[in-house]
Design a binder for this molecule. Sequence first.
Ligand SMILES: Nc1ncnc2c1ncn2[C@@H]1O[C@H](COP(=O)(O)OP(=O)(O)OP(=O)(O)O)[C@@H](O)[C@H]1O
Ligand SMILES: [Mg+2]
Length: 148
Amino acid sequence: MDQESAGHHEFPVLGKAYFMGGRASTSVKRVLAAAGIDDEVIQRVSVACYEAEMNVVLHARSGFISLDILPDRIVIEVHDQGPGIEDVGLAMTRGWSSASDEARALGFGAGMGLPNIKDHADDMRIESVAGRGVSMVLTFYLGDRVHE
Ligand SMILES: Nc1ncnc2c1ncn2[C@@H]1O[C@H](COP(=O)(O)OP(=O)(O)OP(=O)(O)O)[C@@H](O)[C@H]1O
Ligand SMILES: [Mg+2]
């Protein structure tokens, strides 16, 4: 529990472990609530984190989510090992999905995750290396929102 008092936290995410999908984002939410972060910010971080976590579960092999609570902002990083995203611009398109039949049968694959992350974060950086994986850095400002 001593990790709880520090500003940096990491939570593992396992690919294909559908039944555990959402655990890391739930942990992020719990840490933010314990730190007394504003509900509106917690909501935005939670939605973005859940979508990013499910993308690791659905599309990658494994990864982790890190959370940093800074005086003026929350920074979430999501790093995975997997196939990467061939065309990030295309993947960001609402409704575009390469989800497997297995994933679709579970209700995923609307192609709304990445656009949803962009809508909920104040800043979104995404990098992909084909055959290696995806890295994402999301920033959420505390206090007044800097931009939509
Ligand atoms: N971490 C990742 N690794 C590899 N490919 C990814 C990753 N995240 C997203 N993608 C690719 O980008 C596409 C769009 O992602 P997005 O989250 O928007 O939709 P989705 O996951 O397919 O469906 P939804 O999120 O609505 O359930 C995915 O179908 C997949 O091809
Ligand atoms: Mg998704």
